[in-house]
Every structure is written in C-alpha cells, then in structure tokens.
Design a protein around this ligand. Structure first.
Ligand SMILES: [Zn+2]
Length: 328
C-alpha cells in the first residue's frame, strides 16, 4: 500500500486514475514475482501425498477448492503462530494480510503461543526460501508451514499463500481457462510445462463463479517464461490485468465465503483490494465519488454501520448519513 501513499501527493484522484495506477503497479510488480520462483510445484505449492493424489486424477473432485472435509479448517477457525526468527516487519505484514482476510470473510484466525502443546493443527509462518504453502489444512493434524521469505513481503502474497492453505489452487488451472487465457508454450521450458496443467475439475469449479482475471490466485503474465520480456499467459480480454498481489478480488472473497459458509450482509461490490486503494487515495470521503464508494466499497470505506442506520431511518439516504457522520 505504500505505493499508493507515494502517488497520492502527485495526482488528482478519480476512480479511473486509481484503476490506471493499479494496472501500472500490477504490471510492474508482476515482473518481480517470487512465489512463481520457489522451485516447487507451480512455483509455491508444497506437494504431499494428499495433494499428489488429487493432482494425479482425482476425477471426482468437482471444485477449485479441495472439497474433502479433512482439508478444511473446521468451523473456519485457522490457528497460527510465528516462527521466532521471523523479522518483526514480516510479522507485521502477515498480520495485515490476516486482518485483510478476517475483515472480509467469516474466517477466524487465532494466534496461539509458540510451542503450545494444546494445538496440533496450525500454520506456522516462517521465512524460508521464497513463498510457499501446502493446499488446504494438513489432515494429519500437524504443524504446517507457510513461508513468507525474502521478496515475498506483500499483503497480497500473504493472502495468496493463506488461500492455498484454505484449500485453493491457482486460478489458471481451472478447466475452462482456455476460453480466457492463451498459454504461449513456446516460451516455457519443458521442465516447467507441468505448472500450466489444468486439473480435472468440472465446470462447477469455483462454486460457479466466473473465471477471475482479478484473482489474487492468478499467475502473472510472465510466469515461468524463457524470455522474460515475452508473456507466457495472454488474456483473451486485452484489457484484463492478471497477477495482482494487492489483496482479495471480489470473487476470491465470494469463493472463500462459499467454501466456509460465510454470510455477510455488507460486502464490497468491487474487488476489496481496489476498494482499499480508493480508500487510501481519499475517494471514500471525496464528495464527488462518495455515492460510488457507498455502492461499491461499503466495507472498505467503513460505511456498513451507516448503511444499517440508513435502513432504520428511511427518511435519510446513506449519503445523507455519511454527510452527518464524516468518514474517519
Ligand atoms: Zn500460489
């Protein structure tokens, strides 16, 4: 988010301008992507026997997310702890990523003390060689690790790795992906080709949600490219931007909420990560854009309580209430 703070002084803020900044930022950031370079399956997935079984033809797996209950976090409670050697700044960043998820889903993240014998199944964040995670909860009820190593210090990367641990795969492995992206196989070394395989999931994957270029789980354009100036993934929609690591997209949040049975009455209608950029650049409290923010980003702009007030007092619109109670 520091990026947006930097550009704030230099620009007038309109929705279109922020969208343009996000696009430029993502395109630039995607060329330095670490989670596609950890040397693991698809760059950042730790393969164990369970995952292997899934990938080697679990034809009956109908969804993007691992659907067996043993892979879920029961009741949406994710226990976690930090490795003692993690730098304080990295711990702080991971906490921000967790907060991002907590605020927009019904997941509960519970920090446990280091070496707590009462918890067997939990995530330990540590700094390994790159960024990586396993898929889903380890069914063996043991500690599982998420690495946020050097070069992985982005909120979106933290969210990406946690989403793997929640049970999600990369967006580009969906079986319907060829309608939305073109893979340039000529620019991919043979040894990396497996990173672009599609999984045997039915069209009912992603809980019926559309293919999501905006997903924090989408590979970037240049993933595993032989020639890093040439993309390996070309969206069929020329305007699409892929590989953002700023935070949850609209459908990322929807899919988590479907998988973990969350019901929320006040959610951002735009991608949460974009809403955060709008908020950071002052659009929530900018009268010119406030109605669009009320409609599109009520959660990130902290309009939810005001929406409730407006529902009780039908004589006032939410915009009027926002004007009475200024956005902090
Ligand atoms: Zn990944």
């Amino acid at each position: 988010m520091a990026y947006f703070a930097v550009v704030y002084c230099k620009t007038s803020t309109t929705i279109e301008h922020v969208e343009h900044l996000i696009k430029k930022y993502v395109e630039n950031d995607a060329t330095r992507r670490k989670e596609e370079a950890s040397g693991l399956f698809e760059g950042d997935i730790v393969i164990d026997e369970d995952t292997k079984r899934y990938l080697l033809g679990a034809q009956n797996m109908p969804r993007d997310a691992v659907i067996s209950p043993i892979y879920y976090w029961p009741r949406g409670i994710v226990y976690y702890t930090f490795d003692a050697n993690l730098a304080p700044l990295t711990v702080d960043l991971i906490k921000k990523g967790i907060h991002h998820l907590k605020k927009r889903t019904c997941l509960k993240f519970v920090e446990i003390p280091k070496n707590d014998p009462n918890h067997k199944s939990y995530i330990k964040f540590f700094s390994g060689n790159g960024c990586f995670s396993r898929i889903g909860r380890d069914p063996n009820n043991i500690e599982q690790k998420i690495s946020i190593g050097i070069g992985c210090e982005r909120i979106g990367t933290v969210v990406h790795e946690i989403m793997h641990a929640l049970g999600f795969f990369h967006e580009h492995t969906r079986p319907d992906r060829d309608k939305y992206i073109h893979i340039d196989w000529s620019n991919i070394e043979q040894e990396h080709a497996h990173n672009f395989q599609m999984y045997p999931r039915s069209l009912g994957s992603s809980f019926g949600k559309p293919y999501d270029y905006d997903s924090v789980m989408h590979y970037s354009k240049y993933a595993f490219s032989k020639d890093q100036r040439i993309p390996t993934i070309i969206p069929t929609d020329e305007k699409a931007v892929i590989g953002q690591r700023l935070g949850l997209s609209y459908y990322d949040r929807e899919e988590i909420n479907s998988l973990y049975h969350c019901k929320e009455d006040c959610v951002d209608k735009l991608s949460p990560y974009k809403c955060i950029a709008f908020r950071t650049l002052g659009l929530c409290s900018n009268k010119l854009h406030q109605q669009k923010m009320i409609d599109g980003c009520p959660k990130s702009c902290n309009f939810c309580a005001m929406k409730k007030l407006a529902a009780k007092d039908t004589s006032k619109t939410i915009k009027e209430i926002v004007e009475i109670v200024p956005v902090s």
